[in-house]
Design a protein around this ligand. Structure first.
Ligand code: NAP
Length: 253
């Protein structure tokens, strides 16, 4: 539970080696030496992430196996996570796959893997976690959505559609938690320089995992339910969203 000054004392990161997820954990846990649980598929990557969060000042840092796509395991996973920390002030849904659009359109299971991870997996674990936050009577579920879901682009419509679905789901989940003490913060970053976007041309208004983390921490502290990072993307995508399709198709986006 948050301390008397309202500072976060426990954080669970799902997709615990995610660059953005680790930056958020470091930002939240560092100053108050909070407890962090990093959950993901690869122990080596989790150990490296744990070292990073510890060096930022976190108190206790634990790792747990977690596979977003293995939805049958989610209840048992949550049981273990809560047994480790008692409760969580913040849970970050940070896992995600960008996938390869050309590969997805060519066939095979690439598109289905992206959808099962980014949408089905996120829906499953978010519902499991939100029941626990509701029972606690406090806690914020941070959902890493994306501007990609606000107006889905031809160039990455598989990924974009998973984020559109996830974003709508998170809005409804936030509404369902209103008045319970628990809540949802939707984070819509633009292009974030890092592992997921390595090798891609940097998009205008690109940001960093650290900037996303600072904006997220500040939004949690002020009780916001939706942020764009950077904030100006809100206006850019409001315009994109309402562009007629013939015009939208001609844009080099
Ligand atoms: N980077 C951007 O430009 C950007 C922009 C907007 C939104 N986002 C979103 O922000 C979130 C974090 O992205 P990031 O930049 O931090 O990317 P990242 O460093 O590539 O992190 C994504 C993480 O998801 C994990 N993951 C993938 N499939 C998983 C599964 N089935 N179970 C558990 N973990 C799984 C990956 O771990 P392993 O594959 O090692 O298991 C990886 O640690 C994602 O949801 C992403 O879509 C990113």
């Amino acid at each position: 539970m948050k301390d008397a000054l309202g500072a976060v004392q426990s954080v669970l990161v799902l997709g615990g080696a995610s660059e953005i997820g680790v930056a958020i954990a470091a930002e939240l846990a560092g100053p108050r030496h909070a407890t962090v649980v990093l959950a993901g598929r690869h122990p080596d990557a989790l150990d490296a992430a744990a070292a990073q969060v510890r060096s930022a000042g976190a108190g206790r840092v634990e790792t747990l196996p977690f596979d977003a796509a293995d939805t049958d395991s989610h209840e048992a996973f949550a049981e273990k996570a809560w047994a480790l920390a008692g409760d969580f002030d913040v849970v970050v849904v940070a896992f995600g796959l960008l996938g390869d659009q050309a590969e997805a359109e060519a066939g095979g299971d690439s598109a289905v893997r992206v959808a099962q991870t980014n949408y089905v997996g996120a829906v499953s674990i978010s519902l499991v976690v939100s029941r626990r936050l509701r029972a606690q009577g406090h806690g914020t579920l941070v959902v890493l959505s994306s501007v990609a879901g606000e107006r889905v682009r031809r160039a990455n419509f598989v990924y974009g559609s998973t984020k559109a679905g996830l974003d709508g789901f998170a809005q409804g989940l936030g509404d369902s938690l209103a008045g319970t003490g628990a809540g949802v913060l939707i984070v819509r970053p633009g292009f974030v320089t890092g592992r997921m976007t390595a090798g891609m041309d940097t998009a205008p208004m690109a940001t960093t995992p650290e900037a996303v983390a600072k904006a997220t921490a500040s939004a949690i502290a002020s009780g916001k339910e939706l942020i764009w990072v950077p904030g100006t993307l809100r206006f850019v995508f409001a315009a994109f969203r309402h562009l007629p399709r013939p015009l939208w198709r001609r844009l080099p986006v």
